[in-house]
Ligand binder design. Structure first.
Ligand code: IMP
Ligand code: MG
Length: 177
């Protein structure tokens, strides 16, 4: 069911999100001092986060955009990765930072990390997620950076969707059941 904006409870405000992104960026700037990075934004959910985060990053940086064209039924992340106008070959020998909206079971993150490692030859590879649902993990993969730990709620807004809707909200909300 598509959630009406009026029914949403606010989990994280615009201000909380932006403040946390600034401090995450400080941490990332510090870790990659003197290094160049390729930031890979995982479409569509991570688009707002990747864009806002990138504005605070101060190292030489290129952005690429990828999409999982199919995403198996939770258990098997049998997705294929599509890259949009991207020359992912450019990531060979580079410090790669994958930027995602949320890590839930961790199967998507695991798939993406393995895919990048097997297909390319990055110098380093790290994973950054805005949200981290720790209770629902089915993989041993953990993000190198994350913005907020959240409980087992279905959240929308700031890139995260409910059947395609509500990505445009500048806050993150959930429906109380
Ligand atoms: P994972 O493979 O279970 O870690 O799933 C990650 C993907 O599931 C994310 O990239 C989202 O697309 C989606 N997802 C997981 N939890 C939520 C949620 O609470 N709201 C919206 N999308 C979610
Ligand atoms: Mg996603």
């Amino acid at each position: 069911m598509i959630t009406a904006v009026n029914d949403l409870k606010i989990l994280l405000t615009d201000e909380q999100i932006q403040t946390r992104i600034k401090s995450l960026a400080d941490e990332i700037n510090n870790d990659y001092k003197g290094e160049e990075i390729v930031l890979i934004c995982v479409l569509k959910g991570a688009v707002m986060f990747a864009v806002d985060l990138s504005k605070h990053l101060n190292m030489p940086l290129k952005m690429e955009f990828i999409k999982l064209s199919s995403y198996g039924n939770g258990m098997t992340s049998s997705g294929k990765v599509q890259s949009f106008g991207a020359h992912l070959e450019e990531i060979n020998g580079k410090n790669v930072l994958i930027v995602e909206d949320i890590i839930d079971t961790g199967l998507t993150a695991e798939f993406l990390i393995n895919y990048i490692k097997e297909t390319y030859n990055p110098k380093t590879l790290k994973f950054c997620s805005l949200l981290n649902k720790k209770e629902t993990r089915k993989s041993s993969v953990e993000p190198d950076y994350y913005g907020f730990e959240i409980g087992n709620k279905f959240v929308v807004g700031y890139g995260l969707d409910d059947e395609g809707y509500n990505r445009n909200l500048n806050y993150i909300g959930y429906k109380e059941i």
